[in-house]
Structure formats: structure tokens, C-alpha cells
Design a protein around this ligand. Structure first.
Ligand code: NIG
Ligand code: FE
Length: 424
């Protein structure tokens, strides 16, 4: 007996392969395999194809034969979250819905600074526990790779506490957590000095530790009136680029300028983009920067969606992420939010699914996931339906019944929830 496993048959399997990284997609471009199976070897896919053909071709293998109709899709990639935090901001949400704006609440002592205060009070082990719990909820919704930002510490020691917590959570759960340093989330209210000296301190003292402790290879900044300006961030990103970090930007959420910085610095992604105009859309579409829409923030703040349709029609690469955070995006349900964005922005099934699979993997600079093909990670979910269109049609209400991560069964609706790395 070798180590190969055959899983199937799936009424439909969407490999999400052979599609371009950029531009509009029609559903007719999707490959839909019928009565398919997957051969896996350890963490990776050996082959996909017709279940019966694979059964005949590979002898003496372990077979997981499924009953009923299932559709198999790549594990979802949520390329932008802030799930490592302490406390809640339920009061901010109530105040916003009573008429105050996000920026007014931030100025009055709520907003990001409130979560910084609550996160600083939390122990590292409390943060590990919360992060694991939230990631496991995402896993049950089919998210097998999840980016997690720091940015609620805003001092060297507190940012490190968050990043060590993310690292520890990553080691304890099946989901791959991709950490990002967002020490440039806002100028901390207790920092005695200018924005320039804060950023200089972070880049000189924290960046080398991020490298030596292997905490993250990604640097993010919030470019906004309430956070940092494009000119303040320029030397910070120059330092990050010099040290070989990947750059990502919170851009064009309330005012434009962030996406220009993203394009200039050849960032991996520019995220938010709710207020991007034709000029920013054109520049992003011409570049290799992935444009990441965050419908959860639009739903949480009650404001316009990212112009996803226009970005795609201009030739841009669109990823969709949940932005799960305690302030602007408390829901944390990628599939629901992606389906809603699709309905409002008139996106095809192919465009939405691409935005949460291989285009989202590209937003994290990950080349080993996002499609189901030979050599890729065996990360996939099964939905109890024989028609893939049902997944988005149900707007997140149809949940996966089975999730595989790196070749291991990590969630089975009929059994207990995931607890530790390497399977239930
Ligand atoms: O992506 N825009 C800035 N940062 C987060 C919000 C964080 C918060 O409000 O706590 C975002 O929406
Ligand atoms: Fe964010």
C-alpha cells in the first residue's frame, strides 16, 4: 500500500485552473469536471480527473468514497483580516448606526485606538486563544488560508506580542495563518513624537526582529487622513523594500492617495479602494498590484462597495477578503460577503470564486494554492450540492460539509470541530 489517497466522486469539481490573473471572467471559462476525484499524496495533489478512471489507474490506494452529491472547490483564501484583537467595539457599531461617522468616533476616542487599549490589556495567551477560535470558525466556512495583521499593539513590544500570538496560533491549528505587520495602522496616541519618528523607530527597531524571529515577511500601512499620509509612508516603505519585505496597503478607503503609493512601490496588493476613481482604477489595472475588495467593511460601515466591476473591466486583478476586525467588519464571513459583493457589483460566479481562491492567493504572493491541480496543496472544501452555482446563490448560507487542509480531513460537519493541526 502506498501513501496515496483517492477522494470522491464529486458531482462537480471546479479546479479554478487555466484562468487569467487579471481581468473580467465569464462563467463559460470555468472548467467544471463531472464525477471527479482527487488523488492526494501527503499534503499535495497528485492528480485530479474522472473518479472511476483514477480508481483504475492508481491501484492499491486508500479510497474515501462519498455518498450523495458534492461539489469540490479550492480552499478559500481570506487575504485580509485583523482577527487577533482583544475586546469588542459593539458600542462603535451602535454609534455609527445612530449617525456618527467612523472618523468622528475615532476622533472621540473610539475606533482603532479603543481596540489598541483593549488588545494591550490582553495577555498573549488570550490573543492566541481568540485568534484560534476565530480562525476555526473561518475554517468551517471553507477558509483554509487566512492572513492576520498586527496593528493593535502600536509599540515595539505590543506589536511583537501580537505577532508572536499569531505565530503560536498558526502552529496550533490546521489553517495557514499568514502574518502581516501593520504597526503603521495609526500614530499611537501615547507616542511622544512625530509620525516620522514613530515610523523611523518601527522600521529601525522592529523590522530586523520580524526577520530574525521569522514573524512575517509582509509590511502594511493605513494611508488615510486619520492615519498616515503618502509622504510619511514613503521612507517607511523604502526601508521595507530595501529589507526585502512584501508590501501591502490599506488604500483609498475614505480618501485617495494610498493606491498611488501601492502602484509606485509595486505592492503585492492594495486593499479597500472604496473611493477609488477612474484614475486610480486605471493605474491599478495597468499595474501588477492585486486590488482587494473588502465587502465586510462596506457592510459594517454602511458605505459603498469597492468598484469591483469597473476594476475588472479595466483589466485589474480582483481579490475579495473579509477584513474581519472588531471595528469596521465584525461579521467575518468571507463567502457571505463575497456573494453579496457579487450581487451588487454584477460579478460572475467565476469572478467571485477567483477572488477568494487563486487571485486571493496571489494577493498573499502564494503560488502553491488557490487552484486544484497537480503539485498544489490539497486544500479543498465540499459543498452538499451537485451544482456549483448553488454556492453563491445561497449567499453564504450553504456551508461546506467537509474541509481538507494539506491533505488532512480537518472539518466534517457530521463530526466534531477542528481542534489541532493535522486533522480532527
Ligand atoms: O481595514 N481601515 C483600517 N483598518 C481596519 C479597521 C480596523 C478597525 O477599525 O479596528 C480596516 O477596516
Ligand atoms: Fe483592514
Amino acid at each position: 500500500m502506498n501513501n496515496l489517497k483517492l477522494i470522491g466522486p464529486f458531482k462537480q469539481l471546479l479546479p479554478m485552473s487555466g484562468l487569467p490573473l487579471k481581468g473580467a471572467l465569464a462563467d463559460e471559462q470555468l472548467i467544471v469536471l463531472e464525477n471527479a476525484g482527487i488523488i492526494i499524496d501527503g499534503e499535495h495533489i497528485t492528480q485530479i480527473g474522472n473518479f472511476n478512471d483514477l480508481k483504475l489507474k492508481f491501484e492499491d490506494i486508500e479510497i474515501h468514497e462519498l455518498k450523495g452529491d458534492h461539489t469540490c472547490v479550492p480552499g478559500f483564501v481570506d487575504a485580509h483580516t485583523h482577527i487577533c484583537f482583544g475586546g469588542t467595539r459593539a458600542n462603535d457599531y451602535a454609534m455609527r448606526n445612530a449617525g456618527k461617522t467612523y472618523l468622528e468616533i475615532a476622533k472621540a476616542g473610539g475606533g482603532i485606538w479603543d481596540t489598541v487599549t483593549q488588545t494591550r490589556k490582553a495577555t498573549k495567551s488570550a490573543l492566541v486563544k481568540n485568534t484560534k477560535k476565530r480562525a476555526n470558525r473561518h475554517l468551517k466556512n471553507g477558509v483554509t488560508t487566512l492572513e492576520v495583521k498586527s496593528g493593535y499593539g502600536l509599540s515595539i513590544a505590543e506589536e511583537l506580542k501580537m505577532l508572536y500570538a499569531i505565530q503560536e496560533a498558526n502552529e496550533a491549528i490546521p489553517t495557514d495563518l499568514i502574518a502581516t505587520c501593520l504597526a503603521a495602522h495609526m500614530l499611537p496616541k501615547d507616542f511622544e513624537g512625530s509620525a516620522a519618528s514613530y515610523l523611523e523607530n518601527i522600521s529601525t527597531s522592529l523590522f530586523p526582529i520580524l526577520k530574525s524571529e521569522k514573524l512575517t515577511n509582509r509590511i502594511d500601512a493605513f494611508i488615510e487622513e486619520s492615519a498616515f499620509s503618502a509622504s510619511q509612508i514613503t521612507p517607511y516603505f523604502e526601508k521595507a523594500r530595501e529589507m526585502g519585505f512584501d508590501i501591502t496597503v490599506h488604500a483609498d478607503q475614505f480618501s485617495t492617495s494610498g493606491s498611488t503609493v501601492a502602484v509606485d512601490f509595486k505592492a503585492i496588493s492594495a486593499d479597500h479602494l472604496e473611493v477609488s476613481t477612474e484614475k486610480e482604477i486605471e493605474a491599478l489595472a495597468k499595474s501588477d498590484v492585486i486590488a482587494t475588495a473588502l465587502p465586510g467593511a462596506s457592510i459594517g460601515l454602511g458605505c459603498a462597495f469597492t468598484p469591483a466591476r469597473r476594476l475588472l473591466d479595466a483589466g485589474g486583478a480582483l481579490a475579495i477578503a473579509s477584513d474581519h476586525n472588531p471595528g469596521s467588519a465584525p461579521m467575518g464571513d468571507l463567502l457571505t460577503q463575497a456573494a453579496i459583493l457579487g450581487a451588487f457589483e454584477k460579478l460572475s460566479n467565476a469572478e467571485v470564486l477567483a477572488g477568494i481562491t487563486f487571485r486571493a492567493a496571489a494577493a498573499l504572493n502564494l503560488k502553491d494554492r488557490g487552484t486544484l491541480e497537480t503539485g498544489m496543496l490539497a486544500d479543498f472544501s465540499l459543498f452538499h450540492t451537485g451544482n456549483y452555482q448553488e454556492i453563491l446563490y445561497n449567499q453564504g448560507n450553504l456551508k461546506p460539509c467537509v474541509v481538507f487542509k494539506r491533505g488532512s480531513l480537518v472539518f466534517d460537519k457530521h463530526n466534531s470541530p477542528p481542534a489541532s493541526k493535522g486533522g480532527v
